[in-house]
Design a protein around this ligand. Structure first.
Ligand code: NAD
Ligand code: UDP
Length: 352
């Protein structure tokens, strides 16, 4: 059984991926500081597996630690070695992800995301672990037109968060070039992750006030916020509101499994792949679909455009489809249904 280190495994995308990895026979070592998550997500993964008659608790090992502390990272590699289960690959989710916060606190974003990743790679080198799947983002692109974004398009992030994501991609290229016959690296650029596992036991549970559209829609529907402020009504899109590529978090989790298996079964290489559906949905369409599918009201009003926003950000996902044989299976209705199920069952997420 292969041992995988999952940094940030208690978080939104990490927890869904941990579940998929366990279901597919991996032993996982989760490393998380819980700065934006809760251990409850990992406990609920075990519950989901038990409900499906799979008792895999012994394949999940939890370590609380911070990537800013090299010793914390080394401890998990040591612990795996002691169990005779050397870590074979890393899926690296851990990072801070709020665009707004990154503008106010650039030092903590660069330190956490970039220094944290450098620390991780130092220890990976030391323990001869040279396989990594990295969580990048569509925010790295310079969006110039309305065409689907492909991996060769120009990158020029417009905020510190995006800068850290692109810097890490560039750092990983340098790492690859330093020993190109040894490293297997996949940078996965996610578009807009949303939705939740169908069980309603894991989902997005932001600790502060969410800034992204989707968690706000569920909060408004629940009556925890009075309305959505739609940023701009005059974008060059069919209904004047921004268009994004919302990807179900369970499809993303499956993308990680495929990327990991691809790396482990192919020659050393570095890959950069978009993970999106290739289909755009406007803010207004999203709200309307959410209201119809869940039979709820989501009041909104229009406000001015948000700085740094773009009209249309949608993936060309043909590379991930052809290389990984990854096909996103869930649509926007599934995203609305599953996210609402999660929010209804857990009105406060994992928080009390
Ligand atoms: P999340 O905040 O739910 O998960 C990140 C996890 O990393 C959390 O559990 C947090 O506690 C942990 N963490 C953060 N800093 C850490 C550190 N220094 N040491 C140890 N643990 C730390 O976020 P998510 O939505 O699951 O995102 C996961 C990754 O995907 C992030 O790297 C993010 O930048 C990237 N990403 C997310 C989105 C999105 O919209 N959710 C889009 C594109 C890319
Ligand atoms: N959006 C909005 N109101 C909000 C948050 C987001 O109208 O309170 C819009 C935003 O302008 C964009 C879309 O919703 O068109 C998705 O925004 P989000 O912040 O979720 O993702 P990103 O902009 O990073 O793709």
């Amino acid at each position: 059984m292969k041992s995988i280190l999952v940094t940030g495994g208690a978080g939104f995308i990490g927890s869904h991926t941990c579940l998929t990895l366990l279901e597919n026979g991996f032993e996982i070592f989760v490393f998380d500081s819980y700065i934006n998550s809760s251990k409850k997500s990992l406990k609920n993964i075990i519950k989901i597996l038990k409900k499906n008659n799979k008792d895999l608790e012994s394949n999940l090992h939890l370590f609380k630690g911070d990537l800013k502390n090299v010793r914390n990272i080394e401890a998990i590699f040591q612990a795996a070695l002691k169990k005779n289960k050397a870590i074979e690959a890393v899926i690296h989710f851990a990072g801070l992800k709020s665009v707004k916060e990154s503008i106010v606190y650039p030092c903590s974003y660069w330190d956490n995301n970039v220094t944290g990743t450098i620390n991780l790679l130092k220890i990976m080198e030391k323990y001869n672990c040279r396989n990594i799947v990295y969580s990048s983002s569509a925010t790295v692109y310079k969006v110039k037109s309305n065409k689907l974004l492909n991996e060769k398009d120009e990158c020029e992030p417009v905020n510190p968060y995006g800068q850290t994501k692109l810097t890490i991609e560039n750092f990983l290229k340098d790492i690859f070039n330093s020993a190109s016959s040894e490293w297997r690296i996949a940078c996965l650029r996610y578009f807009n992750p949303a939705g939740a596992h169908k069980s309603g036991l894991i989902g997005e549970s932001p600790l502060g006030k969410p800034n992204n559209l989707y968690p706000q829609i569920t909060k408004v529907a629940l009556g925890k916020m009075s309305e959505i402020k739609i940023f701009g009504s005059n974008w060059p899109t069919p209904d004047g509101t921004g268009v994004r590529d919302y990807i179900h978090v369970s499809d993303l989790a499956e993308g990680h499994l495929l990327a990991l298996n691809y790396l482990l079964n192919n020659k050393p290489q570095i890959l950069t792949l978009n993970l999106g559906t290739g289909k755009g949905t406007s803010v207004l369409e999203f709200i309307r679909i959410f209201e119809r599918i869940n039979n709820v009201k989501v009041p909104f009003s229009f406000s001015k455009r948000r700085d740094g926003d773009n009209a249309i950000v949608v993936a060309n996902n043909s590379l991930a489809k052809s290389i990984l044989k990854w096909i996103p299976k869930r649509n926007i209705e599934d995203i609305c249904k599953s996210g609402w199920n999660w929010q209804l069952k857990n009105p406060n997420g994992f928080n009390k």
